[in-house]
Design a protein. Structure first.
Length: 179
């Protein structure tokens, strides 16, 4: 669990997952004036969503709810931007955000994730050669307890996934997502 020191940035990016906590943290940072925009990533449409759709049941995507959280917490609609490329995993999120940032002026970007995921996000950003400085932050409301991660199955699985993910980055991404 690491958090980079804050500095003014081009955008605050809400990485997918842990609804509503990541969007809540992004809204707080936006209100404090750390960046003029909040970006949301678009997750892939999963087989479960497609199956529900075939049954005539529509389930809103995570970015819909994250937008609602941002609006409810005072982020104006004009300051919310959707990164248009659909992503399946963290590496694809990093690529999509980096692509959206473009070469630009190299101004930093704040990446919001969960406590246990910060190290891997930073490692992937560095490994993929992001042209911008990534300020990786976690959500203050994240219930993950780093001191006792082994005490419950949810935190233990998260730490295991992160360890495997770091090994995958360091090995050059030989393991690909199945979907």
């Amino acid at each position: 669990m690491t958090a980079d020191p804050l500095q003014k940035a081009q955008a605050i990016v809400v990485f997918g997952g842990h609804l509503p906590f990541r969007a809540m943290e992004a809204a707080a940072l936006y209100r404090e004036g750390w960046a003029p925009e909040v970006w949301l990533t678009l997750g892939e449409i999963h087989v479960e969503d497609a199956a529900l759709s075939r049954l005539g049941i529509d389930r809103q995507a995570e970015d819909f709810y994250s937008r609602q959280v941002l609006l409810r917490l005072g982020v104006p609609d004009k300051a919310i931007r959707i990164v248009p490329e659909r992503v399946l995993n963290t590496a694809q999120e990093v690529q999509a955000v980096s692509k959206e940032l473009g070469g630009g002026d190299g101004k930093p970007v704040i990446l919001i994730t969960s406590k246990y995921h910060t190290r891997r996000v930073k490692t992937i950003w560095t490994a993929m050669g992001g042209a911008h400085v990534a300020i990786v932050r976690y959500t203050n409301d994240d219930p993950f307890n780093a001191a006792r991660w082994w005490a419950n199955s949810t935190d233990a699985m998260a730490v295991t996934r992160e360890a495997f993910g770091l090994l995958n980055v360091w090995a050059g991404f030989p393991v690909k997502s199945e979907r």
